[in-house]
Design a protein around this ligand. Structure first.
Ligand code: ADP
Length: 253
């Protein structure tokens, strides 16, 4: 199998906090085109693994490969430049800018073209025809073309979620990472987010960290279950639902 078919691979990934082993030799492979979820009980190591993959935390041992190249020591922004898109939730949207400005700024500043964020802000827009096209395409895709000139702060809740995804898509990512996208949401907002992910991100490669089993059962191609820093099981939603070790880990706490 060609290296490029594996968009992400971790090889023996260990993270220790002092003596405590938060992730213990995690070998994770994500194939291009799949929707992979990582679930597990509280304290399983999900957030730690997410932070290792995005570069927010340095690894203790092991390697991370992205699109066939080792990225273990690279900064988070260099990973973004290489095509690792990460949902930063509300914080990646500038409330005072319009919807279009938010998407275009993301396309200009953290896209893989060599644009500088500050320069992009102050250069006249007609210098960036390609950027404007990409911006329009993203606005269409997230269904916000009609409200493109509205200020982000003025958007309804669901549209703000759309814009957050638009900001990630504007960077043209090969892999999109989500950390608990429905955390703190009502049942209605959760369903809206599920619909949005299914609708807008259908042909993206996705890695979702989530504690809500219902959500991942509905969305995932494959699920990796972490428990106490180790991979407990991996498989389709059906296989995971039928796995007794998984049931024990969740019920046994
Ligand atoms: P999850 O996201 O699956 O709930 P985490 O990755 O947040 O799990 O945490 C895994 C374990 O590592 C937990 O026992 C947690 O207390 C511990 N841990 C996480 N971050 C730190 C840290 N910065 N310092 C010490 N221990 C940590």
């Amino acid at each position: 199998r060609a290296a490029e078919e594996q968009i992400l691979r971790t090889d023996g990934l260990v993270k220790k906090f002092g003596q405590f082993v938060a992730t213990d030799r995690i070998d994770l492979t994500v194939e291009r085109g799949e929707f992979r979820s990582i679930i597990g009980p509280n304290g399983a190591g999900k957030t730690t693994l997410f932070n290792l993959v995005t570069g927010a935390l340095p690894v203790t041992e092991g390697e991370i490969y992205f699109d066939g190249e080792e990225i273990t020591g690279l900064s988070p922004s260099e990973r973004v430049r290489r095509g690792m898109g990460r949902s930063f939730q509300i914080s990646n949207v500038f409330g005072g800018l319009t919807v279009r400005e938010n998407v275009r700024l993301a396309a200009q500043s953290i896209g893989r073209d060599e644009y500088n964020a500050l320069e992009a802000l102050f250069k006249p827009t007609d210098r960036y025809d390609g950027m404007n096209e990409r911006t329009d395409a993203v606005l269409e895709r997230i269904g916000l073309a009609d409200v493109a000139e509205e200020q982000a702060d003025a958007l309804a809740y669901g549209d703000k979620r759309r814009l957050e995804i638009g900001v990630v898509l504007a960077t043209d990512p090969d892999l999109v990472l989500f950390d608990e996208p429905t955390a703190g949401m009502s049942a209605e907002e959760t369903q809206e987010t599920i619909d949005l992910i299914e609708d807008v991100l259908v042909d993206q490669t996705l890695l979702l960290i989530e504690h809500d089993i219902e959500l991942v059962m509905e969305l995932s191609d494959r699920i990796t279950v972490l428990n106490r820093g180790e991979i407990l099981a991996e498989g389709t939603p059906e296989e995971i639902a039928a796995n007794e070790d998984v049931q024990d880990a969740y019920l046994g706490g």
